[in-house]
Design a protein around this ligand. Structure first.
Ligand code: ZN
Ligand code: MN
Length: 157
């Protein structure tokens, strides 16, 4: 028998149970939204979206649900120097680029090869690398176009 593709709810149910957590409608709504977007939303943005599907949900519940998803390996939390955080429903290896103008986060393909990480361990002699954080910075398509427009207006003004 061919294996059926697992539904988002099945994936969530399994991951929650494996981590001793209960499946709830609130957690499902948060996970559904996160799995459906590439926008790397903040907890506030998730709350605004999920509230339309589950009106009784609170910001605190959304926040706790997001942290539970991160704990179960179903989401990744991206933290920033100003104390803000964004959540990513995409957990396969990929890089991020952050727009210096509007703070938008864009996915970029790629990952640091395992051999390179092993070499780092050898190079430092002792440091045990368990992960890495790498962020590209620049301007998203919209902001890059705006900047081009502004510099052109300056040149012609
Ligand atoms: Zn931008
Ligand atoms: Mn991402």
């Amino acid at each position: 028998m061919a294996t059926q593709p697992r539904s988002t709810d099945d994936i969530l149910r399994e991951a929650l149970e494996a981590n001793g957590q209960r499946f709830t409608e609130q957690r499902a709504a948060v996970y559904h939204f996160l799995a459906s977007t590439r926008s790397h939303p903040t907890a506030d943005e998730v709350y605004l979206q999920v509230r339309s599907a589950v009106p009784v949900i609170s910001l605190a519940t959304v926040y706790k649900s997001l942290e539970t998803l991160v704990g179960c390996g179903l989401a990744v939390k991206l933290t920033y120097g100003d104390g803000s955080a964004r959540y990513d429903g995409r957990t396969d290896p990929h890089h991020h680029a952050r727009c210096l103008s509007c703070s938008r986060i864009v996915d970029l393909p790629g990952q640091v090869p395992a051999e390179e990480i092993e070499e780092l361990h050898e190079d430092t002699g002792s440091f045990q690398v368990t992960g890495y954080r790498l962020e590209f910075t620049g301007y998203c398509a919209d902001c890059a176009a705006e900047r081009r427009g502004a510099s052109e207006a300056m040149a012609h003004g």
